[in-house]
Ligand binder design. Structure first.
Ligand SMILES: Nc1ncnc2c1ncn2[C@@H]1O[C@H](COP(=O)(O)OP(=O)(O)O)[C@@H](O)[C@H]1O
Ligand SMILES: [Mg+2]
Length: 327
């Protein structure tokens, strides 16, 4: 499938997606070097950007034209309206998001001149995404075709939500990130598709990453068999600037390599979430997994060309315009 054919698929996104999980205000300061313990360094101007893996995934899917319902919790601080406002701007329905007393989810990030960073995550209201809350949202959740989950919410909630939606016939896509090595058996049983990056895959399988990042020399058929042993029949592994691999135990071709889309990358923050949001939107629109990953390559490469996570995401038209002219 060539660029034009892949970009044509973007115009066909029309499905309904639910995303359950985290929203964070990312407080970022750039410094010449990172401070050591007990040390103060002076940084540049504070940037406050909307983030949180689930919020990012929802924003990415909605910008492409999917109907997206976001479920999660914001606090009683000013970041609550900031986060909901940014999601609404992206076209996400936030009507089901819970408001709880206390601070919203926050990350405090320092980035040095070489791009190295330190991140402190304060879950705040994200910790209040409870099983009871998810059950209370059952009608809308189970009316979606596809559900997106990551692990920035309580694991028991993620597991209960996966089960409720999977039982109702919703396709469940689980992003094992932030990485947990031992996913609950019940979560695996109710996850239709796994999405991980290359580092998460290596940890999950207990294998070394290939020397010189030679992922083309990696034994992907063996990886598929090992994932099947864990309980996953379908998976997508993202490889940063090297693209991605789609694994499908039941397909005629169980391993499909998706080539990277070359761009001048400025900031790859949130590229993985842009990729996941695109896969959610494409699957909800009835597209096969490999086509979903092909589209996601373009959408996530677009996101690498701008700063921030949600702030760098494009609409279907913007993504098409960038790549239609360059090929
Ligand atoms: N430098 C880049 N150039 C082009 N595409 C990129 C680049 N970095 C990431 N991407 C795209 O974003 C996807 C997700 O990035 P990756 O780094 O694998 O995820 P994560 O952010 O979870 O670590 C990749 O599969 C690729 O499609
Ligand atoms: Mg990466």
């Amino acid at each position: 499938m060539d660029t034009a054919q892949t970009l044509d698929l973007l115009a066909r996104i029309d499905g309904t997606v639910s995303v359950v999980g985290s929203m964070n205000a990312d407080y970022t300061v750039t410094t010449a070097r990172l401070p050591g313990p007990g040390e103060t360094v002076t940084g540049g101007p504070l940037e406050v950007l909307p983030g949180g893996k689930s919020g990012n995934q929802a924003a990415a899917a909605a910008k492409l034209g999917a109907t997206v319902h976001m479920f999660g919790a914001v606090g009683s601080d000013t970041n609550a309206d900031f986060l909901l406002g940014k999601l609404a701007d992206a076209g996400v329905d936030t009507g089901g998001v819970r408001r709880v007393p206390g601070p919203s989810g926050t990350t405090v990030i320092t980035v040095d001149a070489s791009g190295e960073n330190t991140i402190v995550y304060s879950p705040g209201s994200n910790a209040d995404v409870s099983v009871d809350y998810v059950v209370s949202q059952r009608d809308l959740l189970t009316a979606s075709s596809v559900l997106g989950l990551c692990l920035e919410s309580p694991l028991e909630t993620v597991t209960a939500c996966a089960r409720m939606c999977h039982d109702a016939g919703v396709r469940v896509l689980v992003n094992d990130s932030p990485f947990i090595p031992d996913l609950p058996a019940e979560l695996i049983a109710n996850a239709d598709i796994l999405l991980v990056n290359e580092h998460e895959l290596a940890q999950l399988l207990g294998v070394d990453e290939p020397e010189d990042d030679d992922w083309d020399g990696f034994d992907w058929s063996d990886a598929m068999r090992r994932l099947q042993g864990i309980g996953f029949m379908q998976a997508i592994v993202t490889l940063g600037g090297d693209g991605s691999v789609v694994l499908d135990a039941h397909a005629q071709t169980p391993v499909t390599r998706i080539q990277p889309v070359h761009v001048h990358a400025i900031d790859t923050t949130g590229c993985g979430d842009a990729f996941m949001g695109t896969v959610l939107a494409a699957l909800a629109s009835g597209m096969p997994l490999d086509d979903a990953a092909r589209i996601a390559s373009y959408v996530s490469a677009y996101a690498a060309t701008g700063r921030g996570a949600q702030a760098s995401y494009g609409t279907a038209e913007q993504v098409c315009a960038m790549f239609a002219s360059s090929h």
